[in-house]
Design a protein around this ligand. Structure first.
Ligand code: BTN
Length: 324
């Protein structure tokens, strides 16, 4: 987050406590009247509900948990990369794609945003990305063995997110092939990988991860499938910095392992999280549909379907439970 007056004000008010106009003015080096103007502007620009009470000052009607590179690093001191935190952006993946085109980045470069105005999901869908509530992160990673060596990578990212969340919360999570994070068939998170570089050599991946963290029940989202959030499952406001640090930690362990050993080293683990194993499913591939019984994934991370024509393998598509 850059340090505009508005951002500093939001960060002071984030804890939901009252702060007097005088105190805020001193912290910001502006008059009390200017504080009032800024508060009014924030309420409008950022759609935040700020209450004012005579003799007490201003407070946010709802406390916020803000992203902080310092806090992420305090939870993961071994991390030496760059963490860029943006206030509002179209999409962290798009931002990172543009950055890569302009400058050389090291593996581990991370971009996070408080809000995405055009968050992108898989298969051209939008990713609902309201401000101050969820995790929107994109991680840059270099690989040297060409794009064909990346088969199964997206499944490994899904495993990493689940491992991180299991480390923090006692919530049994599952994966829907290839990498949707589910809690009881409700979507908690999703992953969007974008590949670039030389298909036969030095290439890179932008790993976009969205996790429904603090979004509240009843929020008008337009999401076209059942969803849930960590806040709903835990019943409290969560520290997103802790979540980001845990996910980053796992990825920094698993990505080098994947690079050295491929997906085969993770196949057993993926099977433990498989949401649809042995269930009747339909796989949509383009405008075609394949019906069958889900039989997990092979050593490359392809989904295996037992069909009337035998075992079929697919490396793309959208799988859903078949309703009877
Ligand atoms: C999905 O459809 O399940 C994938 C969702 C991926 C969303 C994340 S949020 C951070 C990054 N930036 C984006 O625009 N998309 C990904």
């Amino acid at each position: 987050m850059n340090n505009s007056v508005q951002d500093v004000l939001v960060s002071i008010l984030a804890d939901g406590e009252y702060y007097s106009g005088e105190y805020l003015g001193e912290r910001l080096g502006i008059s009390r009247a200017a504080v009032w103007k800024q508060i009014k502007k924030i309420s409008e620009d950022k759609n935040l509900n700020i209450e004012s009470l005579k003799g007490k000052g201003y407070r946010l009607a709802q406390a916020l948990n803000l992203l902080s590179a310092e806090q992420i690093k305090s939870h993961f001191p071994q991390y030496e990369g760059v963490i860029e935190i943006l206030d509002t952006i179209d999409s962290t993946n798009t931002y990172l794609n543009k950055l890569v085109a302009k400058q050389a980045l090291d593996s581990g470069y991370i971009v996070l945003a408080e809000q995405q105005l055009a968050g992108r999901g898989r298969r051209g869908k939008a990713w609902f990305s309201p401000q101050y509530s969820n995790v929107y992160m994109s991680l840059f990673w270099r690989f040297s063995a060409g794009l064909s060596a990346l088969e199964g990578l997206s499944l490994v990212v899904g495993i990493s997110v689940i491992e991180a969340l299991h480390e923090l919360f006692a919530i049994p999570l599952k994966l829907k092939w290839p990498n949707d994070i589910l809690y009881q068939n409700k979507k908690l998170g999703g992953i969007l990988l974008e590949l670039g570089g030389d298909p036969n050599g030095e290439c890179h991946v932008i790993i976009g991860i969205g996790i429904n963290a603090n979004i509240q029940d009843g929020t008008e989202t337009g999401i076209d499938q059942p969803w849930t959030s960590l806040r709903h499952l835990q019943g409290r406001l969560l520290d997103r910095n802790l979540v980001v640090a845990a996910v980053l930690k796992r990825l920094l362990i698993n990505l080098p392992l994947f690079e050295a050993n491929g997906f085969a080293a993770f196949a057993e683990q993926w099977a433990c999280y498989d949401a649809f194993y042995d269930r009747d499913v339909v796989l949509h591939v383009g405008d075609k549909m394949e019906f069958g019984v889900a039989k997990g994934v092979n050593a490359q991370g392809y989904i295996q379907l037992q069909t009337v024509n035998g075992l079929q393998l697919h490396n793309s598509g959208e799988v859903s439970l078949r309703l009877k």
